[in-house]
Design a protein around this ligand. Sequence first.
Ligand SMILES: [Zn+2]
Length: 227
Amino acid sequence: MLREYIAGECDKYVVLLLRDYGKMTIRAKGAKRPKSKFQAITAPLDCAEFVIYQGNGFLALAGGSDIYHFDKIRGDYDKLCYAAYVLEMTERTIMEGEDCGGILDLLMRTLNVIERGNITLRLVRIIYEFKFLRINGYSPHIDDCAACGGELLGEVFFFEYGTACEKCRQGVALGETALYALSRILEDDNPFNFEIDETAANELRAAADLFIKAHNELELKSTQFLV
Ligand SMILES: [Zn+2]
């Protein structure tokens, strides 16, 4: 469950990301009432099996059974801010009905890592962003200079298409650790398993900002709450 919209006094619309049907906006009648049977499955971060029916011109929630609630994220303000960002990015980028298998897997994996808290939230965000853009067709070129094709000797930079050599000097500087971490993020299927020092994290943050700005024009409200 990605997002809710209040509709009238008692109802709400919920935006769901469904394994078999992609993103769908569903009406949940009476879901705002305290004793609603939809209480456990219609808040952002709820994971559930949903039963949906075709109403008169709209899709409506008939019922469902809850699977998981990410309670350790809900109880921690910083984790909640990062989770809200990941949910908003997913919700705003995906179109209704679009195939979303890869995005759903990445979303679940990211939320699990945020909840467990074994790597810093800043690094989780960086990994998530590069993986998310990759699924959406944008992956930086990092084997050699993406500007001139030359070898990466000496200082390395990163710009909107990938790495740049010392001669081309485009974008932001990437040290050895940051460059290694980036290749790991791009190549590893599940790279949420390492940590980097603050300098490398700052360099990768700058690189991710640049890459996201070039390939995803969304202004996300949740970004302002990230530390
Ligand atoms: Zn070059």
